[in-house]
Design a binder for this molecule. Structure first.
Ligand code: NDP
Length: 276
């Protein structure tokens, strides 16, 4: 049972990654991201998920430094944006992210979206960064099975993580099974469906049963489904609440009831049509 905020999953290269992380998409660089990341670290989160395109890596870095938490206790993820895909441009983009974050190394570097035809070259650059010890793990985001198949046909390095849209309305059943079989850790973005599930009746019932909030029920379901989760909040109380998911266990019948809410319904773009 996952019973503390520092509990980790072991990635396919042996690196430990916390089951719970903190997402910072749409947070403004400067005060907002700095105070939110500090609140998250104070609440016990040790994993932060940012991306070059979020424009807030500098603030994330500042919050990390000001927190005083030893670097080796943290797990920091960022991502190469679509426009920077390609071998040389990815190496450059990584340096830029590392400089903005003010870090010697990243814990996880992801290809943000597969796009059309550059992700194999981009993946080679990530392999080089890992080999050079500049990032402890490498992975992908928004990859479907066919993207992963084509990547694996071209490379011996299996992504450690695939970060995809995942919530009770989009359980990605087939992709989840595929990733499990290949040893790729699934990670949920928009795990709370950006707040759109707060009045879902089954979730409200379960919240009452466990004396938890709907968000806590969803995040606990992620963990018990073997999925790393990275909820975002810019509100100190909700940041704390989203981390208060380690003192209860959903029963199998309740996991099944949440599984039954799946409609394979996206709120974000389909990776096959988000081309650039
Ligand atoms: P989430 O599903 O985490 O939902 C965030 C929204 O829910 C915010 O509006 C937040 O408002 C609200 N919220 C948070 N906690 C609670 C709560 N306890 N009760 C009620 N409302 C709550 O959405 P995100 O899209 O932000 O996804 C999470 C992270 O995933 C991102 O921040 C980013 O790091 C990553 N991501 C990655 C993508 C990719 O392509 N790889 C794409 C999208 C996201 P408030 O802030 O006011 O609390």
């Amino acid at each position: 049972m996952i019973s503390k905020i520092t509990d980790t999953t072991v990635l396919n290269n042996g690196v430990h990654m916390p089951w719970l992380g903190f997402g910072v998409w749409k947070m403004e660089d400067g005060d907002q991201v700095i105070s939110s990341v500090k609140a998250a670290l104070a609440a016990g989160y040790r994993s932060i998920d940012t991306a070059a395109i979020y424009g807030n890596e500098a603030g994330v870095g500042q919050a990390i430094r000001e927190s005083g938490i030893p670097r080796e206790e943290l797990f920091i993820t960022t991502k190469v944006w679509n426009a920077e895909q390609g071998y040389e441009s990815t190496l450059k983009a990584f340096e830029e992210s590392r400089r903005k974050l003010g870090l010697d190394y990243l814990d996880l570097y992801l290809i943000h979206w597969p796009g059309k035809d550059k992700y194999k070259d981009t993946w080679k650059a990530l392999g080089k960064l890992a080999q050079d010890g500049l990032t402890r793990a490498i992975g992908v985001s928004n990859f479907k099975e066919h993207h992963l198949e084509s990547l694996l046909a071209d490379s011996d390095i299996v992504p450690a993580v695939n970060q995809v849209e995942f919530h009770p309305r989009l359980a990605q059943k087939s992709l989840q099974a595929y990733c499990k079989q290949k040893g790729i850790q699934l990670e949920a973005w928009s795990p709370l469906m950006q707040g759109k599930l707060l009045d879902e009746p089954t979730l409200i019932e379960l919240a009452a049963k466990y004396e938890k909030s709907v968000s806590q029920i969803i995040l606990r379901w992620d963990l018990q489904s073997g999925v790393v989760t990275i909820p975002k909040s810019a509100n100190e109380q909700r940041i704390k609440d989203n981390a208060d998911i380690f003192n209860f266990e959903l029963q199998a019948e309740d996991i099944a009831a949440i599984d039954a809410l799946n409609q394979e319904q996206r709120i974000g773009p389909d990776p096959d049509v988000f081309l650039f």
